[in-house]
Design a protein. Structure first.
Ligand code: XMP
Length: 520
């Protein structure tokens, strides 16, 4: 599935910078569609009339490693505006006849750039100041400008910090306008897309919604589609988008593994079946999961059992619906683009991830992945546009294997019930103290250790509850959230006083790495 081929866009050629995704997001935040393509994959034939400008990203290479990167020089004959950033700036200069060499002084971090000449690119960038603070990260630099290029701004160490060839509409920036450390950096990107490429805004949540609904209808026609609904943000948005696009041709299957957060199944049924009137098949498989997990304590075994059983149950119910041709999944853009592997996640190697997206291959269904061009923040905005509640949209991530991986050791009904309560108290407290949205993910876990306590005059011997709350950008790295002592005291009291089975609460202060976010 692809977006309308006529949607005007900025194409970002990725040379492996850790900031490439940020460039795409900045362009989209400004209201224009952008797409990333790896320098290894870009072919001249990919460049069609919908592309109104090209950005060359930064990257860890240098222009002398000519066989390590590819760039078809014919792209320079296309009469399209090009903005080169960092490494992109260096290749643009080199390909046009300039020179690049190792800098005497490598520049990493903040630097000042000074205005030398005016340019469309820097319109309202400097304001009434002569200089701006920018973020540099380079070891090489352009040492000689190509013919017909002029200097727009310089830093102490980079004479050619911003350059332009006005006739060809080529622009080069040595620093990173896409990172927030660069003061007013977004203005440079905005000037490139609106003043130089002359694109019109086409990328609001409303545009996306209408476009995606049209695309889904075109792709699936009058066929039936099934979707595994977990109640998380991505699958909820997919389900509601398809609901708007094809209504009763959509069948959502929600499997209650018994390992969900307290009342989650009730909320999912209430929202999707009752409020949004989606065809929802609710499967209560609590007993089946518990039986299969009996006496299993190895984390990887737990994950495999849950993943496989989930697929089996999903298939069992999906097979009851006749003539299904498509399976809808909540794949997001970062899952697809190659630049992810440059900075990439190791999580999949460390733990065998299961999510409701990884569904049956043997059912031979075609995939509908309407979110595959969107970043997570865009998915959230789209969800609001689709009338999903803020509660669903701003939910913390929840792993496919659920509470099973927040309960090291064997899984019992008793432990699940204790954990559900503890987690509920913790999350409610975060909401009541206006902390929930400041935290990327938070949960309670139940450790398989009993310790001694005293309540009233009686000795207790009960489980240890671990609380984890982290801040993160994307789950790849994380830091623990620093609560006030008063909050920690009150939540600890609340859990111990209200939940039989827990007499001690600890807070996890490890970051990721070296820990992971989940316990197993
Ligand atoms: P870790 O524990 O690997 O978690 O640091 C990173 C993020 O991924 C979530 N997670 C999962 N999500 N299926 C999922 O859909 C899984 O099997 C799974 N395991 C971990 C975790 O909650 C965190 O947000």
């Amino acid at each position: 599935m692809s977006l309308d081929q006529n949607l005007h866009k900025i194409l970002i050629i990725d040379f492996g910078s850790q900031f490439t995704q940020l460039i795409a997001r900045r362009v989209r935040e400004l209201g224009v569609f952008s797409e990333i393509i790896s320098h290894k994959k870009i072919k001249l034939k990919n460049i069609n009339h919908s592309i109104k400008g090209i950005v060359l990203s930064g990257g860890p290479l240098n222009v002398y490693q000519i066989n390590k990167y590819s760039f078809d020089k014919k792209i320079l004959q296309l009469d399209l505006p090009i903005l080169g950033i960092c490494f992109g700036h260096q290749i643009l200069s080199k390909l046009n006849g300039g020179k690049v060499k190792q800098s005497k002084h490598r520049e990493f971090g903040l630097a000042n750039v000074y205005k030398k000449n005016s340019s469309l690119l820097t319109t309202n960038f400097f304001g009434n100041k002569k200089s701006k603070q920018v973020w540099m990260s380079h070891a090489d630099q352009v040492s000689k400008l190509p013919k017909n290029f002029k200097v727009v701004a310089s830093s102490t160490n980079s004479k050619f910090a911003i350059v332009e060839n006005k006739i060809k509409k080529y622009y080069g920036i040595q620093f990173h306008p896409e990172v927030t450390h660069t003061e007013n950096g977004k203005k440079l990107i905005s000037n490139f897309i609106f003043l130089i490429c002359k694109i019109k805004k086409n990328w609001s949540s409303k545009d996306q919604k209408n476009q995606l609904i049209k695309d889904v209808r075109k792709q699936v026609g009058t066929n039936k589609v099934i979707c595994a609904l977990s109640g998380g943000v991505d699958s909820s948005v997919v389900a509601q988008l398809l609901n708007k696009a094809i209504g009763k041709k959509l069948y959502c299957i929600f499997v209650n593994t018994g390992l969900l957060r307290k009342n989650e199944e009730v909320q999912v049924v209430k929202t999707f079946k009752k409020r949004l009137k989606i065809n929802l098949i609710y499967v209560n498989a609590e007993k089946e999961f518990l039986k299969k997990l009996k006496n299993v304590s190895d984390p990887e075994k737990k994950r495999k059992i849950i993943g496989n059983l989930f697929i089996k149950i999903f298939e069992r119910y999906a097979n009851k619906i006749k003539n299904v041709k498509f399976l809808a999944q909540g794949t997001l853009y970062p899952d697809l683009i190659e630049s992810k592997s440059v900075t990439g996640s190791q999580t999949s190697k460390i733990k065998s991830h299961h999510n409701v997206g990884g569904l049956p291959k043997k059912m031979n269904l075609k995939l509908v992945e309407p979110l595959k061009f969107l970043f997570k923040d865009e998915v959230r905005k789209l969800g609001l546009e689709l009338n999903l509640s803020r509660e669903i949209i701003s939910r913390h991530p929840f792993p496919g294997p659920g509470l099973a991986i927040r309960m090291p050791g064997i899984i019992t009904n008793e432990k699940i019930n204790i954990l559900k309560e503890a987690d509920y108290y913790f999350i409610q407290a975060l909401k009541n103290h206006d902390l929930y949205n400041k935290i990327w993910q938070a949960y309670a876990a139940l450790l398989p250790v009993k310790t001694v306590g005293v309540m009233g005059d009686n000795r207790t011997y009960e489980y240890l509850c671990l609380l984890r709350a982290i801040t993160s950008e994307d789950g790849m790295t994380a830091d623990y959230y620093e609560f006030k002592k008063s909050f920690m005291q009150s939540i600890s009291n609340k859990i111990v006083n209200n939940i039989r089975g827990i007499n001690r609460v600890v807070y996890d202060v490890t970051s990721k790495p070296p820990s992971t976010i989940e316990l197993e």
